[in-house]
Design a binder for this molecule. Structure first.
Ligand code: HAM
Length: 419
């Protein structure tokens, strides 16, 4: 036998028994996107490397360590891998916003997508090389009301998929005016303790000192005493953050302040937020996160435009649902259409009529004995069997109780199985 081939490391096949949860979570996301008036956008799965380098920052993990590079065909001009699979969608959406001159549309724009993202990371539980996000972006709204609205949306999503104990954490990391002072304060503080920092943090200290704060290996006492973002905010950033907190209080959305929450991508300004299962707080376990990116449109060559968004990790949401034993909505009952001999035209015809009435139907395509067909229908999880005969009317068998009614009309079948 030929050697078998397995799926690439860090990717997963979702088998039919797993996709029911995915259908449910995506349905909740789509329905919320509709109710919150977001419009669908789609962008390529791969983009030019420099979009991510500029947008997410050279020192972000996504660019520095995890870029999944894509090369063109051998011998082509693109053999040197000028593209990368998207590690996240925000940079691509902002690229599309600029490329299509979407700033002239009546704003603010509210855009959403669901799809796969790729990060060449070390795979482990809840961390994959291909994973899915539900993303929402609002471009052209400086907030603070929209900041509170997106945090409330995240909060609502987890409640609607049935998760309990989801904690919302928020922070403000300032803007171009006050962030430099905060950076200086962090560099000063951590430089005095450089010997106690991990190798990663020592390397990052002068390039991106905020990231030292979310280093998992940072000693708890160093973390606890580190300068806090909210103590270094300029007047307008402080006002903005206070307003978000007041709005969340008014909406009844509970949150915790997290001074170490700085987000892993460099485009963020001011508001940063993340969602966790209680007790699982820590960068690698976030169920979702987002924040404001008021400088990103300009960095990517557009005119200055504020933006804010949220990315929800669907894989981790589903893992948490499994852990919490969240019940999924019951599937519509399956109806098998069976017959004798070569009456397939009748079976398919009746199946089509039942489907028109919205019933979920699986006709048996074989010419096996009726007993065998009934056995397969039960094994396939069918709730009812419709047995086709010579006459116009059919027999309806309840596969749970074994009870059979003969000479029933299609209308009666629809009524019985829809109860
Ligand atoms: P992010 O925090 O990098 O943000 O990713 C959002 C969510 O995607 C994470 O909270 C996590 O649930 C999930 N996720 C990230 N990496 C992986 C992985 N390797 N395996 C499984 N799940 C993962 C962003 O991507 C931003 N674009 C969010 C945003 C939108 N900010 C503004 N607009």
């Amino acid at each position: 036998m030929a050697k078998t081939i397995t799926a690439p490391r860090g990717t997963r096949d979702l088998l039919p028994e797993e996709t029911q949860a995915w259908d449910q979570v995506e349905a909740v996301a789509r329905d919320l996107a509709r109710r919150y008036a977001f419009e669908r956008i789609e962008i390529p799965l791969f983009e030019r490397v420099e979009l991510f380098a500029r947008g997410l920052g050279e020192s972000s993990d996504a660019v520095e360590k995890e870029m999944f590079r894509v090369a063109g065909a051998k011998g082509s001009n693109e053999e040197a891998a000028p593209w990368a699979l998207r590690p996240e969608p925000t940079a691509g959406i902002v690229r599309a916003f600029i490329e299509h001159g979407m700033h002239v549309r009546p704003g603010p724009l509210r855009l959403t997508l669901i799809g796969p993202m790729f990060r060449y990371d070390r795979p482990q539980a809840g961390r994959y090389r291909q994973f899915s996000q539900w993303d929402v972006e609002v471009i052209g709204d400086a907030g603070p009301a929209v900041d509170a609205e997106l945090i409330e949306l995240g909060h609502r999503f987890y409640a609607e998929v049935g998760l309990t104990d989801v904690v919302t954490r928020i922070n403000s990391i300032g803007d171009a005016e006050c962030r430099p002072l905060y950076r200086e304060a962090l560099i000063h503080y951590f430089a005095a303790n450089e010997g106690r920092l991990s190798e990663d943090s020592r390397r990052r200290l002068r390039v991106n000192p905020l990231r030292v704060l979310d280093d998992k290996e940072l000693a708890p006492d160093l973390a606890a005493d580190a300068p806090r973002g909210i103590d270094h905010l300029c007047g307008s950033c402080r006002e903005h953050f206070d307003a978000i907190r007041a709005l969340l209080d008014a909406l009844g959305v509970r949150y915790e302040l997290d001074h170490r929450l700085v987000r892993g991508l460099d485009y963020y300004t001011r508001t940063a937020f993340e969602f966790y299962v209680a007790g699982r707080e820590g960068q690698q376990q976030a169920l979702g996160g987002g924040g404001r990116y008021d400088g990103l449109v300009e960095v990517l060559g557009g005119r200055p435009t504020p933006g804010i968004g949220l990315g929800i990790g669907l894989d981790r949401t589903i893992l948490a649902m499994e852990e919490q034993g969240v019940a999924l909505p019951a599937r519509a009952p399956l109806i098998a259409v069976l017959g004798t001999g070569d009456d397939h035209a009748r079976r398919l015809g009746i199946a089509a009529t039942l489907r028109e009435a919205g019933v979920v139907v699986r006709p048996d395509g074989s010419s096996r004995k009726l007993g065998k067909q009934l056995e397969s229908a039960s094994k396939a999880g069918a709730r009812w069997a419709v047995i086709v005969g010579e006459a116009e009317a059919v027999a309806l068998k309840d596969l749970a109780s074994g009870e059979q009614r003969d000479a029933v009309s299609i209308e009666e079948v629809v009524a019985a199985v829809s109860e």
